[in-house]
Design a protein around this ligand. Sequence first.
Ligand code: KG4
Ligand code: ZN
Length: 348
Amino acid sequence: MKILAFETSCDDTSIAIFEDERLLAMNTDSQIKIHNKTWWVVPEVAAREHANVIFDVLTQTLEDANTKLEDIDYIGVTTNPGLLPSLLTGTTVASTISTVLQTKIIPINHIEAHIFANFLERKESEIEFPLVCLTVSGGHNDMYSMKSMWDLEKIWSSWDDAWGEAFDKVAKMMGLWYPGGPIVSQLSEEYEKTSPTTLLLSGEGSKKKSLFPRVWLVKKEHNFSFSGLKSAVKREVDKRIAEKWELSDLDKREISYEFETAVVEVLAYKLVQAAKQKWVETVMLAGWVSANNRLKDQIETLCNKEWLEFIYPKKLVYCMDNAAMVGINTYYRVKYWEFEDKIWVVKL
Ligand code: KG4
Ligand code: ZN
């Protein structure tokens, strides 16, 4: 069975081809450089870019997989959530191919696909259910209790921003660029490596009080909120700018580290606590933020203490938005779901 998968929910035009669960080829055109200038993804600009490149990405992927469109048995395409103009580009191209070639098309949920990215590097039998999964991305921040591949119950959500939004906003406060998550996390890692010397030099000793509060809300519950923490970062940034006119590189590293630590400590704790409350033995991470090393390290440390298995996408490209996760999600949907005979068009 050959599968053609499309992902255009935000600012990556990604297309993949699968032979069953085996990825044959994938190509992704990222628009990050374009959105850098405006500090956020302008939906119409993103859609125009998708339309400009999607056929080149498709041609290249077919060539890399040594496959013709006529060989495709199923098409999988992201239909929600995402930026509407971006989604429309992918779904229109996918539905057109599907209608012309009478190939079955399957709508894919972007968050579910991020979760399925965990099946790209493992066999189905290697992931044991029930488990608890934390999805952390630009627009979404949720925790699910999963009894099986298809039985998901949302048990936790952010009350306001998602992790990615919060990181992007904190980066903007410090005059860094978009997307802010990777750069804030890089600065934080740099600070972590150099901080013992720095702290010693500044005469503060090794024990330093945290700059920002830990937002527990109700500690035993799984909800989370970023707005208070963001305001605390804003106050600290404003205070330092008022004192010295601008933030030094060390200020940026320290604020990034302190902010990231405040988020990571609470999220990792709440994830592992949810696993214990649900009596599961596995915790899973999904979304681009699962590339964050300090989050993974913290979860790993807590999981080791509690004898829990910790699963996350290992390759960076599988954490980011990519069509491979859509393809593998489509494969398992075809394997386990019944579909009507004639579905040639997906609706948004
Ligand atoms: O999964 P994704 O593409 O978004 C949605 O599907 O909504 O995640 C994008 C977000 C961006 O906000 C970016 O700043 C953040 O993920 N991000 C990170 C890291 N890498 C990406 N945040 C923190 N640490 C990272 N290493
Ligand atoms: Zn995503």
